[in-house]
Design a protein around this ligand. Structure first.
Ligand SMILES: NC(=O)C1=CN([C@@H]2O[C@H](COP(=O)(O)OP(=O)(O)OC[C@H]3O[C@@H](n4cnc5c(N)ncnc54)[C@H](O)[C@@H]3O)[C@@H](O)[C@H]2O)C=CC1
Ligand SMILES: CC(=O)C(=O)O
Ligand SMILES: [Mg+2]
Length: 372
């Protein structure tokens, strides 16, 4: 199979779809890999590193999109990339369609077969291609939140861990999944006072076992959420309903009752965000203030630590990329229900139920779509 890797073009996005080692693996299995010139520069990999494993360096994204049978990316295709996609072509990347009607419309119109990293599942129902980036973003959320709490960023002027004689900050994590667990770990490492809210008792029980009495675990109800958010210095939004738009858990009205200079870090922003006042920001301009509350809502947080993130992402994506390339998508998808769960759009049809529901498309189950 001819596989193409374009350079990422989202704002401050430095990750790349394949590392040279992953390209090497695909080439070893008899495939051809084209990489756009300079695509790996953000992770410290120059064109020569890809050429050394037998990849072809191509001058433009247009050439990649025109020739490749499978395109491997990191971020959702931007509008000028969507326009280059076509029927019969396979796209393997993050999509986050539910909060993105424009991209969905363009993918549907293109006829492309689009597999979203974030909805591929494993045998236990986990999200193996979201996990590595959630680990990164969860860890980063505390770094970002700590920075936002500084006065120069509009924060209350608090140090997360306090100092002897001065109380630490209150960190509230909403959603104790992968992002949440990693945020908790970093916040506890910095000696903040940490509370997690989740509506899954099993998650709270796991977290209680993992972190013991130093972590406050709370079942998430409207009332509990309000109580803890109003008392927080830093709130991390880390909920997920897979594939669907995030529920809005913190309302604008609540902001006025929070402590001025408190910080909201909405990691769930790539699914539309879980705070009513969230809108996506970029690494170039990551924060804004509403009602004295600092908002950090970067939708591609791991892009800032592109080297760590690209290697972590490739560790997870490579086995699936190999299956798609070796077997072709019809067999790879029908052999593996977890990979099939990644199929979001195929030949003009929406094949992921939550996306169809949230955006008002007719839903065609992925398994049925394979025979059209
Ligand atoms: N902004 C960025 O750069 C990145 C964003 N993300 C996003 O972070 C979000 C979280 O991802 P993961 O931690 O991997 O998901 P996860 O599935 O591991 O965890 C989500 C948790 O939220 C809980 N939850 C769901 N609805 C809830 C509610 N109404 N109240 C309380 N808890 C609720 C679930 O029980 C689960 O424990 C996703 O939207 C993901 O796409 C992930 C990586 C990077
Ligand atoms: C998961 C995601 O949206 C990211 O890594 O950018
Ligand atoms: Mg994102």
């Amino acid at each position: 199979m001819l596989i193409g890797v374009p350079k990422e073009i989202k704002n401050h996005e430095y990750r790349v779809g394949l590392t040279p080692a992953s390209a090497n693996e695909l080439i070893h299995h008899g495939h051809q890999v084209m990489v756009q010139t300079q695509a790996g520069m953000g992770i410290g990999m120059d064109d020569a590193a890809y050429q050394a494993v037998g990849a072809e360096i191509v001058a433009t994204a247009e050439a990649i999109f025109e020739r490749a049978e499978m395109i491997i990316k990191v971020k959702e295709p931007q509008p000028n990339e969507c326009r280059m996609l076509r029927e019969g072509q396979l796209l393997f990347t993050y999509l986050h369609l539910a909060p993105d009607p424009t991209q969905t419309e363009m993918l549907v119109a293109s006829g492309v077969t689009a597999i979203a990293y974030e909805t591929v599942t494993d045998k236990r129902g986990g999200l193996p291609l979201l996990v590595p980036m959630s680990e990164v973003a969860g860890r980063m959320s505390i770094q970002a939140g700590a920075m936002c709490l500084e006065k120069s960023h509009g924060g209350a002027g608090l140090l997360l861990g306090g100092v002897p004689g001065v109380a630490p900050a209150n960190v509230v994590v909403i959603g104790g999944g992968v992002v949440g667990t990693n945020a908790i770990r970093m916040a506890m490492g910095l000696e903040a006072h940490v509370t997690v809210l989740d509506r899954s008792i099993e998650r709270l029980a796991d977290l209680d076992l993992q972190f013991g009495g130093r972590l406050n675990t709370i079942y998430s109800t409207k009332e509990a959420l309000e109580e803890y958010v109003l008392n927080a210095d830093l709130v991390v939004g880390a909920v997920l309903v897979p594939g669907a738009a995030a529920p809005k858990l913190v309302t604008r009205e609540m902001l006025g009752r929070m402590k001025p200079g408190s910080v909201l870090v909405d990691v769930a922003i790539d699914q539309g965000g879980c705070f009513e006042t969230s809108h996506a920001t970029t690494h170039a301009d990551p924060t804004y203030i509403v009602d004295n509350i600092v908002h950090y809502c970067v939708a591609n947080m791991p892009g800032a630590v592109a080297r760590t993130s690209t290697f972590a992402l490739n560790n997870a994506t490579l086995p699936f990329a190999l299956a798609l390339a070796n077997k072709g998508y019809p067999k790879a998808l029908s052999d593996d229900p977890g990979l099939l769960a990644g199929l979001n759009v195929h030949k003009g049809r929406v094949t992921y139920e939550a996306v169809a529901h949230d955006l008002g498309y007719d839903y065609l189950p992925a398994i049925e779509a394979l025979s059209i």
